[in-house]
Design a binder for this molecule. Structure first.
Ligand code: ATP
Length: 357
């Protein structure tokens, strides 16, 4: 069992408040990802769970055990860092075996566990090498091996893939996901990469300036972002934002910014005429057709990406980036119509930036 609870945790570094009264409940066996921009407090939170940082206020619990003042080596955690942190003079085998030997395990048990981990991570052929004889991806596998042989109740990872190239990151992501499924252990993973968060997490905690913005499943975070910040942080290209106001038309509530007018979901916006809002439109939710029924626009840029295209549009005085299929034939200057299903639009209050309920 390893449920982790942070209860009103504040962390000050001198006059800098890195975390402000943070409450978090990480479920047993969950894959929890902390996501946010640089400096938002992700690493501080992970280090507090590990016991590497003292907290200024609040408490931390592992199941029913208060661990606020328990040192790291008594917390049954394993940690994997971006920098791998391998011992350069030791072989891969000895690096992986290190924690087991420290614990006083006998040679036969050490041999069996190191070999099993090496097989799982497909690094058996590298066991005699030193870290400097390995690629970045191989070093990261060794770091994972060293952590997983200890069979921790909590696996903590701080941006473990950020030193790897794009293709390797994708394959290591799958490996980490499989490890989680096979180990049945609580994973807490820090990243600023939204793709890692969306693919790995059972739940994501989105942070900003030491404050949780939203904690939910990837599906909810992506499809029902709690505020404009969360909406802008997930999605590629970034969600389009248009400032305007709601108008109660006889035909139903409408978002209006000059000639840019779109019907919006009555469940969100009925009876709120005059309210200043920010409309959010994801690139993939725009429906582009030949000139006709929707809002008239023109193509200002076409960016082919192989599997799809990103299209810059100017629509009724508003600039948008939308996604089109690779088969759609579009060129700069083409005139077209934009339509969007009302249920696909996001609305945020212009002042608080919170999602309309
Ligand atoms: P990154 O993605 O860049 O690693 P992060 O989200 O992990 O960022 P933290 O490293 O947790 O952010 O830092 C949170 C805040 O605390 C930042 O404002 C940072 O400057 C500050 N901070 C972190 N460590 C210290 C320290 N030892 N002394 C002073 N301030 C610190």
């Amino acid at each position: 069992m390893a449920r982790i609870r942070l209860d009103g945790v504040t962390k000050n570094y001198g006059s800098v408040t890195a975390l402000q009264k943070l409450d978090l409940d990480i479920r047993d066996r969950e894959f929890m990802v902390f996501l946010g921009p640089s400096g938002c407090g992700k690493t501080t939170t992970l280090n507090i769970i590990a016991g590497l940082e003292e907290i200024s206020e609040g408490d931390i619990w592992f199941d029913d055990r208060k661990v606020t003042f328990i040192p790291p080596h008594k917390r049954e955690i394993a940690m994997v860092f971006q920098s791998y942190a391998l011992y350069p003079q030791k072989s891969v085998f000895d690096n992986i075996a290190f924690g087991l030997r420290l614990r006083g395990e006998d040679q036969a048990s050490v041999d069996a566990k190191v070999k099993a981990a090496a097989e799982q991570l497909e690094i058996t052929h590298l066991l005699d090498r030193k870290p400097h004889q390995l690629s970045g991806g191989q070093r990261q596998r060794v770091a994972l091996g060293r952590a997983l042989v200890r069979q921790p109740s909590v696996f903590l990872m701080d941006e473990p893939l950020s030193n790897l190239d794009a293709a390797l990151r994708v394959s290591m992501r799958s490996l980490i996901k499989k490890l989680h499924l096979s180990m049945g252990t609580t994973f807490v993973y820090v990243t600023h990469d939204q793709a890692e968060a969306l693919t790995l997490a059972d739940r994501i905690t989105v942070m900003r300036d030491g404050v949780v913005q939203q904690l939910d499943t990837p599906d909810v975070i992506y499809n029902r972002p709690a505020n404009r910040f969360v909406a802008s942080f997930l999605g590629s290209p970034q969600m389009n934002f248009v400032e305007g106001e709601l108008v109660d038309d006889p035909g139903g509530p409408t978002f209006v910014r000059g000639d840019f007018q779109l019907a919006v979901d009555p469940a969100l916006a009925a009876g709120q005429g005059g309210r200043k809002v920010v409309l959010g439109l994801r690139a993939e939710d725009a429906i582009l057709t030949g000139e006709g029924s929707g809002l008239a626009g023109a193509v200002t840029l076409v960016s082919p990406l192989g599997s799809e295209q990103h299209i810059d549009l100017s629509v009724a005085g508003v600039d948008l980036v939308v996604r089109a299929s690779k088969d759609q034939s579009l060129a700069i200057g083409d005139r077209l119509s934009l339509a969007v299903e009302p249920a696909r639009l996001h609305l945020f209050d212009a002042t608080s930036e919170q999602r309309l309920a």
